[in-house]
Ligand binder design. Structure first.
Ligand code: CA
Length: 237
């Protein structure tokens, strides 16, 4: 019988965490291979070609960032960073180095499993469709027609400025992925300047208003202060 389970490479040196995570991932029907350092992680990555990598950043032989750049050199295999580092700067540098997502220790198994599902779905969506079927992006009630640069909520068109549209289009093309401020600014304006983050926040507030979202209400974009924005379905996290 073909083994069609998703294969996860877990790179983590803490055996207590491995002993919790392995059965948790196997119960969720993933196949798990394990490395306790960066060097072993690279070897197993090459021999096993995993579907997802869960990567601890604090590893004994090398920093996990080293593994990130090793993979991103020639592959888009999803990588979820697992880190005790709560500092925003570390999250931002891991995301900018190509991590798809991160989970901060301590985390719940529900949270990690949700991140894995979201990352896999996002990755498949991108690789299956090239772009999106018929050039239309759909997420629950939100749809975006790329050729016409039109955005709809439940069939009602939302009139956005050029910049606002560009932001929404960029986030939708990376749906599910946490995009750092720097990555969005580079994608929209090409270069950062002093006021870029503020400018981005103002645009985001305007988009939110045009979408008709009330204060405190969940919508398609979540903001992690000091890190960036992520587009995902409402009530998915
Ligand atoms: Ca560690």
């Amino acid at each position: 019988m073909m083994n069609n389970k998703y294969k996860i490479l877990l790179i983590e040196d803490d055996s207590n965490i491995r002993n919790i995570m392995i059965p948790m991932l196997e119960t969720a029907d993933y196949q798990v291979i394990c490395a306790d350092g960066c060097g072993m992680g690279k070897t197993l990555y090459q021999s096993h070609q995993p579907d997802v990598v869960i990567l601890d950043l604090g590893l004994p032989d090398m920093d996990g960032m080293n593994f990130l750049s090793f993979v991103r050199h020639d592959s888009l295999t999803p990588i979820i960073v697992l880190s005790a580092r709560t500092d925003d700067v570390d999250k931002v540098s891991a995301l900018d180095a190509g991590a798809n997502d991160y989970v901060t220790k301590p985390f719940s198994s529900a949270e990690l499993l949700a991140r894995i599902r979201m990352t896999l779905r996002n990755y498949q969506h991108r690789s299956n469709s090239g772009k999106f079927p018929g050039g239309v992006f759909r997420l629950q009630e939100l749809s975006i027609v790329y050729d016409a640069r039109q955005v709809f909520i439940a069939g009602r068109e939302i009139k956005l400025s050029q910049t606002e549209y560009n932001i929404i289009a960029l986030l939708s093309e990376n749906c599910g992925k946490m995009m750092t401020y720097a990555a969005i600014i580079k994608g929209i304006w090409g270069y950062p300047d002093e006021g870029s983050v503020k400018k981005l926040q103002v645009n985001m507030a305007n988009i939110r208003k045009k979408f008709g979202v009330k204060p405190g209400e969940q919508w398609y974009i979540t903001n992690e202060l000091g890190v960036g924005y992520r587009m995902n379905g409402v009530n998915e996290e």
